[in-house]
Design a protein around this ligand. Structure first.
Ligand code: FAD
Length: 504
């Protein structure tokens, strides 16, 4: 049998090349895929696997997003893996996160398993063969490859890395300046002396604006409606207190993780139990950081419940420093039209611009836009339901990683990986070659709910894509998007023999 690690280099032929068999095929070399690979190697060192990624480098999100100032808005103690201590300040630049991932790849010798430029386009399951056949097109040569695998582990993230979301506005074609999306930031963009308008108010806008404010002539944040901001110190005060004790890295990582997990649980719980108090706390904590006379109600008071969308982190209040220094300001209004030299908003004001940055978000993609079939039948995910946010009913031998929207994504990468490892071990113990989440008779009439309940989480990119996403049910294990506080209890104990997973 050919093994994937023996795959010949690309030949540039039109033929489909057999790339061989692996026990597990991981799609995506971002934080999820690298984490999954670590856990797999750690627990099943004898299983063969590859990690395929369409891009030319590791890091997923942190490789795609290279705009000025790009950084996490989670703390890195929980955004870092459970098994690899984070040694820097709580909030980290994109480049530092890439370095951390490089260390993981080096320390656990994962590089030899990663195939870059490998875009997965199709995956077909055959019950007869107990195999997935995975179709790949090389992004660099166009060559087509075919892998087979017993288990598909989808770590593809949640959005399309090639096509960012950019709404069309009237008059864009007559605008004489430059329009840029943060997902496709031109390396050589010169901002010196330029008037920049950043459309959007989410984490990207809040990160980008202070990073460019000192270079540009001025920066306007143009938002339709406000976002919640929180301005913690870049380095947590507990980390500052512990620093003189010179603790081992592992201790520091664990202590800070526990601190942040507790803090985020408090935030999550308060957002449900006392949303008005949390609202007041968030607004009042930034008020002293704003310029005198600033219209907080108009520009910084969201109309939704805190955490119904992600709270954008502004470390050390840097966005507000830009506002105070008069380098940036906020306009809250709707765009009427682009003009030759700027943007006119509904009030009639024209905001002059040489560069417009559309920090307008993502196009969500469902499982990497891979075309799935099961025994020759195309899978229409909108008719399927999640099993614990890890598998999909009717789709055998396939797990996916979808992190938290509110907590650090990576907290879930470790939890899901543990579950997948338990699942693989359970299959091995039973001598099963196939596991498929299957609705029990009592689930047959279960009410299906949208992927995301807008009352719970309603960010634009999720709401725009509900119609293409799979569903959730009204009971366990057909639910997902639970809070980390619940899941860290539920997932490790999840019964893999409760009748909802059928083994053959
Ligand atoms: C600017 C920015 C900042 C963020 N900050 C935070 C934060 O602070 N905290 C937090 O929790 N979350 C944050 N997020 C969310 C972030 O996406 C996740 O934290 C995390 O990086 C997702 O990792 P992933 O590996 O699952 O997916 P991604 O990072 O999206 O990586 C997926 C990889 O899979 C590849 N892929 C996808 N489809 C295919 C295919 N069909 N074939 C081959 N390869 C494929 C892609 O090329 C990509 O490299 C942020 C997102 C952005 C955009």
């Amino acid at each position: 049998m050919t093994t994937a690690s023996a795959t010949a280099p690309a030949q540039g032929t039109e033929e489909i090349q057999d790339a061989g068999y692996v026990d597990v095929l991981i799609v995506g070399a971002g934080v999820s895929g690298i984490g999954a690979a670590y856990h797999l190697r750690d627990q099943f060192p004898d299983r063969t696997f590859v990690i395929l990624d369409a891009q030319d480098n590791r890091g997923g999100t942190w490789w795609t997003h290279q705009y000025p100032g790009v950084r996490s808005d989670s703390d890195l103690f929980t955004y870092g893996y459970r098994f690899k201590p984070w040694r820097g300040p709580s909030i980290a630049a994109g480049g530092a996160i890439l370095e951390y991932l490089d260390e993981v790849i080096d320390e656990y010798d994962l590089d030899k398993y990663i195939r870059y430029h490998h875009r997965v386009t199709g995956a077909s399951w055959s019950t007869e063969d107990r195999r997935w056949t995975v179709e790949v097109t090389r992004a660099d040569t166009g060559q087509r490859l075919r892998y087979t695998t017993a288990f598909l582990w989808m770590c593809q993230g949640y959005y399309n890395h090639e096509k960012p979301y950019r709404p069309e506005w009237e008059g864009m074609d007559r605008f004489q300046g430059l329009i840029v999306h943060p997902q496709r930031w031109p390396e050589d963009l010169d901002l010196a002396g330029k008037r920049v308008v950043v459309i959007g108010s989410g984490a990207t806008a809040a990160t980008l604006i202070p990073a460019i404010a000192s270079r540009a002539e001025h920066v306007t944040m143009l938002q339709r409606s406000p976002t919640y901001y929180f301005a913690p110190p870049t380095t947590h005060e507990l980390a500052v207190m512990l620093a003189p004790l010179d603790l081992p890295d592992e201790w520091m990582h664990e202590i800070m993780r526990r601190q942040y997990i507790m803090q985020y649980h408090w935030l999550a719980r308060t957002s449900f139990e006392a949303p008005d108090e949390l609202h007041a706390f968030l607004i009042e904590s930034i008020r002293p950081l704003l310029p005198e006379g600033f219209d907080v109600d108009k520009h910084l008071t969201p109309r939704y419940r805190p955490w119904q969308q992600r709270i954008a982190i502004v470390p050390d209040g840097d966005l507000f420093t830009s506002l105070r220094e008069g380098k940036a300001w906020i306009v809250t209004d709707t765009i009427e039209t682009f003009t030759e030299h700027g943007i006119r908003v509904s009030s009639g004001e024209e905001i002059p611009a040489d560069i417009v940055v559309t920090a307008t978000g993502f196009n969500l993609s469902v499982l990497g836009d891979v075309a799935f079939t099961v025994d020759g039948e195309p899978v229409d995910f909108t008719k399927h339901v999640t099993w614990r946010g890890v598998m999909i009913n009717g789709v055998p031998n396939m797990a996916y990683v979808f992190g938290y929207f509110r907590h650090s994504w990576t907290l879930r990468v470790d939890l899901v990986s543990d579950l997948v490892i338990r699942l693989l071990a359970n299959m091995q113990d039973k001598g099963a070659t196939m596991v498929v989440p299957t609705l029990r008779p009592e689930d047959a009439d279960m009410k299906l709910r949208p992927f995301s309940d807008p009352e719970n989480f309603n960010s634009g990119y999720v709401m725009r894509s509900q119609h293409i996403l799979f569903k959730q049910g009204d009971r366990e294990p057909w639910t997902h998007m639970l809070e980390h506080e619940q899941e860290r209890e539920i997932l490790p104990k999840a019964d893999l023999d409760d009748g909802t997973l059928v083994y053959r």
